[in-house]
Ligand binder design. Structure first.
Ligand code: 2IP
Ligand code: CA
Ligand code: CA
Length: 377
């Protein structure tokens, strides 16, 4: 397990490098932010490039993890499909090839023959990142790769990534939007039960290097299985209870906003972009709970941060299921699982967290919001 964790930290850092390169290298950046003007072909091409950054990152992670853990290869899922239609209507399967040159040639076919952009992207994909430090002492989990599956969101909060607003972050405060909301999420679950057991979160754009070296990121990880609970984020110290704090999507239903406005003081009812970023805010203690009443997140959004919350003694529950339950306390039956599709749905919706969710660190905070929302939705 320590091997798998180290590999996931490394591929997440590589993914973060690709995300940064797409914004830092002019030929790629041009493609990313190009105005949506011109003919339909041009519009489609720009749209394609945005998806391509996601697809390339996901395939790179799938390639690297599959190479080291072949037993997992069939169980590495992600948000994106690697089948890609380029601006000319041709279907291209995006994969990571064995050499940088081959990958560049393949990417050029997706990028309408733009060899400069294709080479830059291929270089980032094939470059080994600096080793990512992680103290994995005590991580002796006896699970074999053939028991595990993976969910990847190559870039969560894509809209923030594309808009690229740069924010100075204030230590200990949630910042609602900007590049820092974009995250690479890699979650590991148990195939038999669907429990999330390991998660890696990489935040590629955390701060600007004061020496002018561009963006620097941060990473977080956690493991929770069979009595072992280790997280790179430390448990918050027991301090005075300063009242409930909640983070929501700005598109949350009015009724939910209304109920919470009665529970929290106005500065403790916060809004932020990115499903992953909102759960990270709960992990870091910047908010007590993240509530989402709609089925607008997917398994790849929640799997990684869910594992970290479990390692901290919290979790992520299905809101609809939890509202229907009568008992309070830490009952795991409403926790989200990651192994079974919803067969009533089609396409990506089969993997939606359809009942909405609540992410929490402290069960008593979960109970408070559930009690307040009962009968209101
Ligand atoms: C999105 C992204 C959005 C979020 C949505 C996710 O993922 O995290 O920001 O909406 O739920 O599915 P909101 O910001 O309103 O919470 P992606 O960017 O990967 O499509
Ligand atoms: Ca997402
Ligand atoms: Ca995404």
């Amino acid at each position: 397990m320590a091997d798998l964790l180290r590999l996931l930290l490394k591929v997440a850092e590589k993914a973060a490098n690709v995300a940064r390169v797409c914004r830092q290298e002019a030929p790629l950046f041009q493609l990313l932010v190009q105005e949506k003007t011109g003919d339909d072909k041009n519009k489609k091409f720009v749209q394609d490039f945005k998806t391509l950054a996601d697809v390339v990152i996901q395939e790179m992670i799938r390639h690297d993890v599959g190479a080291q853990f072949p037993d997992m290869a069939e169980f590495i899922h992600g948000e994106e499909s690697n089948k890609f239609e380029n601006g000319l209507g041709e279907s291209v399967i995006v994969t990571v090839c064995s050499t940088e040159e081959e990958t560049a040639a393949l990417l050029a076919t997706v990028l309408d023959g733009d060899h400069t952009a294709a080479s830059l992207l291929a270089k980032a994909i094939h470059q080994d990142p600096a080793t990512v430090e992680a103290n994995t002492d005590g991580l002796t989990v006896s699970l074999s790769p053939s028991e595990l599956g993976i969910w990847i969101d190559p870039i969560d909060a894509t809209s923030q990534y594309i808009q690229g607003r740069e924010k100075e972050l204030e230590e200990g405060r949630l910042s609602p939007s900007g590049l820092h909301c974009a995250l690479v999420l890699i979650g590991v679950y148990l195939r038999s039960t669907g429990e999330p057991i390991m998660g890696v979160i990489n935040q590629p754009f955390h701060h600007k290097d004061p020496a002018g070296g561009g963006w620097k990121g941060r990473h977080f990880w956690g493991v929770s299985w069979d009595g072992i609970n280790i997280c790179s984020v430390s448990q918050p110290k027991d301090g005075e209870d300063r009242g409930l704090s909640v983070v929501l999507s700005s598109s949350e239903k009015q009724v939910v906003k209304g109920v919470l406005a009665l529970l929290c003081s106005s500065d403790k009812l916060m809004y932020a972009s990115g499903a992953g970023y909102k759960i990270l805010c709960v992990i870091e203690g910047l908010a007590d709970v993240y509530i989402l009443s709609e089925g607008s997140t997917f398994k790849w959004d929640s799997c990684a941060p869910h594992a970290l919350l479990r390692a901290l003694g919290g979790g992520v529950v299905d809101l609809t299921k939890r509202l229907q339950m009568t008992s309070e306390g830490q009952d795991h039956t409403a926790e989200l699982t990651y192994h079974e599709p919803d067969i009533e749905c089609k396409g990506a919706d089969r993997w939606a967290n359809r009942g909405g969710l609540v992410a929490y660190r402290d069960c008593s905070k979960l109970n408070t919001v559930i009690a307040a929302l009962k009968g209101k939705l």
